[in-house]
Design a protein around this ligand. Structure first.
Ligand code: ATP
Ligand code: MG
Length: 394
């Protein structure tokens, strides 16, 4: 068997808070071989990110680490900064949930990839640029040449994630640490990013340490799984073992909580006397248009959209066509961010919405959590607004 790229022995992390050391990861032991995927799963706050960041000493200054973390036989704990710099990015690269935290907003994505390349390789600026464009092509960013000169905020969430992956892969790292790499993305982009990671693993024989709440992604990607709770490793085994023969009650509980398609109980909507069978939210034939701004022409973001939500009802929107999905995202953006929005019905302008109307709209799995605050906020707003002002009926 190949030599492990990562060997973690009795690795613990404590945080110093208000005069007390709080343990966040306790006596962790695992190893990772080239071409393999180890998933760390567990509830929020169980110590997954702490473990991942601690491997390369990326934790806040109130953290204390003990034990041993070896990357290609080199000890990382208490290594000097020159050693850490050499290994970070080159041997161990990170992908985070929110690319904006990893990418610097004031530099173009191309510049950032070039900088990573030139830190680790003796490359001329021209050759580094060629390689950066190659990487952007590899991660399937549209128009890589032009995207090279874009700032992070000029890319979509999925494109930013790809840019961060391109940067992470710039030096062909032996180990990729991916902390919730797809949680912020909708399902179709998520599948593309996972495909990308899988392809790169096969191509470069890199190992992946994957942290995710999504057991579907774990089942799909992982060779081995480590289950954490309150800083402890409660169970570790192959994906087959953990999914089919989970030994620890916590793992069993974790797996039981995964919703299975078609197995959920039928929900019955309770109609009380106070709740009329009127829709709580009704969008009728709604189109949304960004007005012309200077030389930027008017843009019709959503066209003839209809939706009714009744009391107690949960509506999920799943739109697969990229263009339509974009339209729904626009709908959300328009309500949340735009300074001036025209809400139209059958080509007649109904209302010009004021800046930052507190109305949110979401697509796919985020809908439920977003729709609840939406409804109460709308209810408050409707008191100050005449019915004719909008086709949104609350
Ligand atoms: N800088 C810090 N100072 C003090 N405590 C911290 C610090 N960073 C993390 N913690 C604590 O360490 C514990 C583990 O946090 P960690 O971020 O590793 O959780 P996690 O498993 O990644 O959770 P999530 O799934 O929500 O990302 C938590 O109790 C957290 O509050
Ligand atoms: Mg985390």
């Amino acid at each position: 068997m190949s030599k492990p790229i990562l060997e973690v022995q009795d690795f613990s992390v404590d945080f110093w808070v208000d005069g007390v050391w709080y343990p966040a990861a306790i006596k962790m032991n695992f190893e990772l071989h080239p071409g393999k995927v180890l998933a760390i799963v567990g509830e929020s706050g169980s110590g997954k990110s702490t473990t991942a960041l601690g491997l390369m000493s990326l934790l806040a200054s109130n953290a204390r680490m003990t034990g041993s973390v070896k990357v290609r036989d080199q000890e990382m704990l208490n290594a000097n900064s020159a050693v850490l710099r050499k290994f970070r990015g080159k041997e161990v690269a990170y992908i985070f949930q929110e690319p904006m935290t990893a990418l610097n907003p004031i530099y173009t994505i191309g510049f950032q990839i070039v900088e990573t390349l030139r830190t680790h390789f003796d490359l001329s600026p021209r050759l580094a640029r060629v390689r950066a464009v190659e990487l952007l092509t590899l991660v399937e960013i549209p128009n890589p040449e032009q995207s090279f000169d874009k700032y992070p905020h000029q890319l979509s969430g999925g494109q930013r994630q790809r840019a961060m992956i391109a940067q992470a892969l710039a030096c062909d790292p032996g180990l990729l640490v991916a902390d919730e790499p797809t949680t912020a993305l909708d399902v179709t982009v998520q599948a593309e990013i996972l495909d990308l990671m899988r392809g790169l693993k096969d191509k470069l024989n890199s190992a992946i340490l994957l942290i995710t709440h999504d057991m579907g992604v774990v089942a799909d990607m992982a060779d081995e799984i480590l289950v954490m709770k309150d800083g402890f490793t409660v169970e570790r085994g192959t994906t087959d073992q953990i999914f089919n023969r989970p030994a620890h009650p916590y793992t069993q509980q974790l797996l039981a909580a995964v919703p299975k398609l078609g197995s959920s109980k039928q929900r019955h909507l309770v109609q009380t006397e106070n709740v009329k069978a009127e829709p709580v939210l009704k969008l009728t034939d709604v189109s949304i248009e960004y007005p012309k701004r200077g030389r930027i022409p008017a843009f019709l973001a959503v066209k003839n959209f209809n939706l009714e939500i009744y009391p107690g009802e949960i509506v999920g929107l799943e739109v697969n066509l990229v263009q339509e999905r974009q339209l729904l995202v626009e709908l959300q953006l328009v309500f949340c961010q735009s300074s001036k929005v025209l809400l139209r019905s059958s080509e007649k302008t109904l209302v010009e919405l004021p800046k930052r109307i507190s109305l949110q709209f979401a697509v796919t799995q985020e809908l439920f959590s977003k729709i609840l605050p939406l409804l109460s906020i709308r209810a408050c707003q409707s008191e100050n607004r005449s019915a004719s002002q909008s086709s949104l009926q609350v």
